[in-house]
Design a protein around this ligand. Structure first.
Ligand SMILES: Nc1ncnc2c1ncn2[C@@H]1O[C@H](COP(=O)(O)OP(=O)(O)OP(=O)(O)O)[C@@H](O)[C@H]1O
Length: 301
């Protein structure tokens, strides 16, 4: 993974509005071909971060560099961006709206490309109707079509599933995963944890403008596992567990004890340690925490 090309390098990026520190000293790298989730609750600084990276807002401090080429305007040609739903013309259909987009972006009026992207976002047929008749999901997919019209290497999306119904969310998820499967790099801000877990390979997590996690989704999910333990004498087991470094006893429910293990201590190792203390487990069951649980824990830190 480490030898993947760096697409974006963010260094100590900060943005303050009067007394509000919207983004505080955030640093991370974005590497080619991955899907990054910029994750955080409302007001954590996601939109502000993306707006700085897209050159819409000036950082108060820090810097970033796209494609190892600084903050030059020319970099924008390699980035497709959807920060808010663009204003399409209500009486024009998807084809004509994309012609307008092509004009605004100084792209050639390539009818083949317009047809291609509309097929890609599943609007080739339905897109023949005027924009004002579209569902929110269709509007969002047209916005994605506009963002990928120039076949950019990177796609930046702010809350792409906001306001969509479950079907619209599923369609948008499939679309994003399809784009990613072509080797494109995607940065997507969201507070919908379930979606981020399904789509993203990497996570940058923000809390009140500060970065609280930067790494792979896999590492985030496996960092701490919960276990359910049972034995003939649960009270004695709890005493032993409390004496083992790296074990946190969470609660006892009937005869089951829920614990959490720090990184570096496996279930098998724990089993061995309790046997050494004369305790035999009748059950040892690992639970994978959901992204939601991990997220809520990190927000409390
Ligand atoms: N123009 C502004 N003036 C003053 N404060 C602002 C401005 N824009 C954003 N903020 C503040 O900066 C912080 C971060 O806001 P931002 O919109 O980046 O968060 P967010 O994570 O994108 O939230 P959401 O999920 O609600 O969009 C918030 O406290 C917000 O109130």
């Amino acid at each position: 993974m480490l030898n993947q090309e760096i697409i974006l390098e963010v260094t100590n990026l900060s943005k303050s509005y009067n007394k509000v520190d919207a983004v505080k000293d955030v640093s991370f790298d974005i590497r080619k071909g991955n899907v990054y989730g910029l994750l955080g609750p409302n007001g954590s600084g996601k939109t502000t971060t993306l707006a700085m990276l897209m050159g819409i807002l000036h950082p108060t401090q820090g810097s970033f560099s796209w494609f190892d080429n600084g903050q030059k305007d020319i970099n924008r040609l390699r980035i497709g961006c959807l920060l808010e739903t663009p204003n399409f013309y209500p009486y024009l259909n998807a084809y004509d709206n994309l012609r307008v987009t092509a004009t605004i972006k100084n792209l050639a009026h390539d009818q083949t490309r317009i047809q291609e992207v509309l097929e890609y976002v599943d609007l080739a047929e339905r897109g023949k109707r005027p924009f004002r008749t579209y569902s929110l999901g269709m509007k969002q997919r047209l916005a994605v079509a506009a963002a990928i019209l120039s076949d950019p290497e990177v796609l930046v999306l702010d809350e792409p599933t906001n306001g969509l119904d479950p079907e619209g969310i599923a369609e948008m998820r499939e679309l994003i995963l399809n784009i990613a499967s072509q080797g494109k790099t995607i940065i997507l801000a969201s507070h919908i944890l379930d979606e981020v877990q399904k789509i993203c390979s990497h996570v940058v997590m923000l809390k009140q403008g500060e970065m609280v996690y930067n790494g792979t989704m896999k590492d985030l999910l496996i960092q701490r596992k919960s276990y359910k333990l049972m034995s003939e004498n649960p009270d004695q087991l709890i005493q032993v567990l409390k004496s083992i470094p790296g074990v946190s006893v969470l609660n006892k429910l009937d005869d089951s004890i829920m614990i959490e293990l720090e990184e570096g201590i496996s279930g098998a190792k724990l089993n061995q340690l309790v046997v050494e203390q004369g305790i035999y487990l009748s059950e040892l069951h690992a639970y994978q925490k959901s992204l939601e649980t991990i997220f809520l824990e990190r927000m409390k830190l």
